[in-house]
Design a protein around this ligand. Structure first.
Ligand SMILES: [Ca+2]
Length: 481
């Protein structure tokens, strides 16, 4: 009797069966017919009935440098941003919003390296931003990405938008687990067509440059829609990596005119970038609904690092901005939706971090995390779906060994911060439950907590390696690129 592995259903282990000889021929014909529809899809397709049983699609919608107060679903939304982000707010309303959500980095490239690998990026030297045009390397080739992990269990994988994890070919998306790459290798670019475009800033499709035309945020939204339409028959992982609202402040003129009531020009232009970002999130969510994929798709919206207040973002009530170890540098808006699985209107106050995406997505796909991967995050699904009302208590860590030499650890309500640190540096302690703005250092009142957190932080730092690029002198100049 032949043992046959049937279609991989994520909610059950791989099914094995045996079958009598007369059924073999019919089974082989069925497999051939299925294979032909997968290999030669007839253009855009609607999900068929089997979509309800197949593994969920997994989507990350990623903003760039957005402020903590700049989305309608946030507790502390800035007045002028109310009503400006209805599509992003709808993701939060229909699912779960995380009120203590973090990135593992405070600037673009390290943050992406942590999120995509599920490991603290300082473990492999990806501690500082990759300088523009840096050709000696990129995200360590020893590391596997979410795309690698999901492709291994049958997913079609795509990144649409900004990469910023390495320029030489072995470091580019198509060699890091992504079947499809439509976007730019560099960390930012103008939103309108460039007269003289560079290879790292042009929007390329799997290595081929595309014509300079259209508005970049729309092109990224359109690329995401195209990817979804082409993937409707098989489970997919889609990373939509918008450049908005990262500078330059080039909103569409017609959108900026709609926002004329915002008097400050920088803030108005920044709000224009956010508005078009939201329009494109709406386009993507509409496409999922149109193709009847929405109920079988887990979507997370978040932002890659703390808001860049120098280009119009507002992080209130958080202290600091992009590039800093204060909450304003690392704490981000975050919301998940998965209709029928995540209860609408959920709110998760326990700390979560982008390192959790990989184990969460692998679990959603019905696969298992191998301890040999040495991941730093946890599977959030039991909490997201309401099977449990708490997450395991754990510590989260940050380190920026650029010119700042800053480190921090958060456990529960407490955050310990070390600035310019040496073994003699006095740590600062903040109670984030009562002091979200990190205004009052309470280290002297809690010496035991300080001692314990400092020991944990030192142990974690002992596992890290030195930054692979970015000298302290250059870092300051390049941090915002
Ligand atoms: Ca960024």
């Amino acid at each position: 009797m032949p043992k046959v592995v049937l279609y991989h259903n994520p909610r059950r282990p791989l099914e094995e069966t045996t079958m009598p000889l007369p059924l073999r021929l019919r089974w082989i014909l069925t497999v051939l017919a299925l294979a032909s529809t997968i290999l030669w899809p007839a253009g855009p397709v609607m999900a068929d009935r089997s979509s309800e049983k197949r593994p969920p699609n997994l989507v990350i919608l990623y903003a760039d440098d957005a402020g903590y107060a700049d989305f309608g679903f946030q507790d502390h939304v800035a007045a002028e941003m109310r009503g400006l982000t209805p599509h992003i707010d709808a993701i939060a309303a229909s699912g779960a919003r995380c009120t203590n959500a973090y990135m593992s980095g405070a600037v673009c490239s390290p943050s992406r390296a942590g999120m995509l690998t599920g490991r603290y990026q300082q473990r492999f030297g990806h501690e500082l931003n990759i300088p523009p045009g840096y050709m000696k390397g990129g995200m360590a080739l020893s590391e596997k990405t979410i795309a690698d992990r999901l492709r291994a269990v049958g997913y079609r994988t795509g990144i649409i938008g900004k990469w910023h994890l390495g320029y030489p070919p072995p470091y580019q998306p198509n060699r890091r687990g992504f079947d499809e790459f439509f976007g730019l290798l560099q960390g930012s670019r103008p939103y309108f067509p460039m007269k003289k475009v560079t290879p790292h800033r042009v929007l390329q499709h799997n290595g081929k440059p595309t014509p300079e035309e259209g508005y970049v945020t729309d092109r990224i939204g359109d690329g995401a829609v195209r990817f979804i339409r082409q993937s409707a028959r098989q489970p997919f992982f889609l990373f939509v990596s918008f450049t908005a609202p990262h500078g330059p402040l080039h909103p569409k003129p017609e959108v900026e005119r709609q926002l004329a009531s915002i008097e400050n020009a920088k803030r108005r232009k920044y709000a224009g970038l956010i508005k078009t970002l939201d329009d494109n999130v709406g386009k993507i969510m509409d496409t999922l609904r149109e193709l009847k994929l929405d109920k079988n798709t887990l979507v997370v919206f978040t932002n890659d690092n703390g808001g860049q207040t120098l280009t119009g973002a507002v992080n209130a009530p958080l202290r600091g901005r992009k590039g800093m170890i204060w909450e304003g540098g690392i704490r981000v808006p975050m919301a998940f939706c998965w209709p029928g699985r995540i209860p609408p209107g959920s709110r998760i106050d326990a700390p979560v971090i982008s390192l959790d995406f990989l184990p969460t997505f692998v679990a959603a796909a019905g696969a298992t995390v191998d301890p040999a991967w040495k991941l730093d995050g946890i599977d959030l699904l039991p909490r997201l779906t309401g099977k449990t009302d708490r997450l395991p208590e754990r510590s989260l860590f940050w380190r920026i060994h650029g010119p700042q030499r800053e480190s921090a650890v958060r456990r529960g309500r407490w955050k310990l911060v070390l600035l310019k640190h040496t073994p003699q540096t006095e740590p600062q302690l903040y109670d984030l439950d009562s002091d979200i703005s990190e205004t009052t250092d309470v280290a002297s009142q809690h010496p035991e907590i300080v001692k314990s957190l400092r020991r944990e932080l030192a142990e974690w730092e002992s596992e890290l390696i030195s930054p692979k690029w970015g000298s302290p002198r250059r870092k300051k100049r390049r941090a915002d690129r």
